[in-house]
Design a protein around this ligand. Sequence first.
Ligand code: XIL
Length: 440
Amino acid sequence: MKKILALILVGLMLFSLAACQKEEPKIDYNAILNNPDLTYSAEELAKMTEEGTLTVADVNAPQLYKYYEGLMKIGVAFGANQINDLETAEAKGILKNYNVYVLGNEMKPDYMNPAPDTWNFTAADRLVEVASLTGAELRGHTLGWHSQVPQWWFKADPNDTRSVQECYEQGALASSEQLIERLEKHITTVVTRYKDTVQYWDVFNEVLNADSIRRISDDSWWADIVGDVDGNGYYDDYVEIAFRAARAADEDGTFIINDFNMEWQASKTQAMYDMVERMLRKGVRIDGVGFQSHISVDCNVEYYRTQIEKIASLAEVYDECFPEYKGNFRVQITELDMNMFVGSIADKGYYTWKPEDFQRQAEKYTELMNMFADFAEEGVLDMVVFWGTDDGNSWLNSTPKIRRNAAMLVDRGEETNYLLKPAYWAVAKVGLERTANLIK
Ligand code: XIL
């Protein structure tokens, strides 16, 4: 009997050993990157700010998102190339400081579906893998857009070598049915694939001009090809179709409509309000509006607040239309960065930023983050995503023209190993102050 028991025991041990070996050891990057002795106290933060010597991946530096825990998420956009090697300072900076990740380009439609039946999932799959190491959430950017979109979608013959413009002039554009089918297929394929791993999606990006839906004259083929399908006089049917397709693929997804300039352009904010309200009342569950927030250091934060207020009031319509999802409508800050070229230096290509410039930037970030925190406290804003990891990795160095901008929270890393800027410490301080009363 003893012998049999011993044999069973050995068997069990061998079995569990084999099972253990099969499982990949999960690296706890949080533990590696985070110094457990950091207290996140106001004194400690003041000391680190004053010294100004910590770099983005330094184990003695805090984790930015932790200052905001319980209030809102803090995210970042980056290139897939920045997460190839997780031992670089850039990658560690991402893993350490943010709890929402976004790929800046590699989940856009032209990247993911460049040709009929050709799909590029490598970058997004890697993103999912990296997020699983830290537990960060993911935003998918973006399912639909008029830019960075495969041109074949808009052609009657997807293999037509003429430009879309030529197809338009020569009567060879896709039909409404063809374009709808391609859009639906794209959304269904992508959302289904990342159903369990991507929590938030920009379903459509930049569909508005200053006060209405973009048309051909605004560089978008969408409205004119898809057309006014329901005959209600509005050419935004493709937006509605996209949201319906996304919802059909993932009932629990958080689906956002994203746009720029609403920070200062009331006519655009109004157009967004009207369109989303109309769609909500038609039964299209849009879970929120994204303010891209490509702002400048002279941004009028109080005016910006009034624009968020306007959009936030859509929550009432949402709750009324979808009582079972009450409280789920939100505003997200999706692409925050701060152009520094304003006033007399606006036209300069190269400028050596001075400590007072960085101070001014830190003050503006403080004002902004406090305004966002007000909405987060009300429960209507749930995340702020920075559009770039550092001053060098920012599209504002090349758009609208080549110039050496300094938009982000971390310097460009030249000889500094990515120093945390005054703006970083300012953002951390707002988080510390604004979560002080939360039960952690
Ligand atoms: C930008 C990327 O950051 C650049 O690398 C790319 O060359 C162009 O697109 N609004 C958006 C983002 O919604 O997708 C844009 O990203 C920035 C403006």
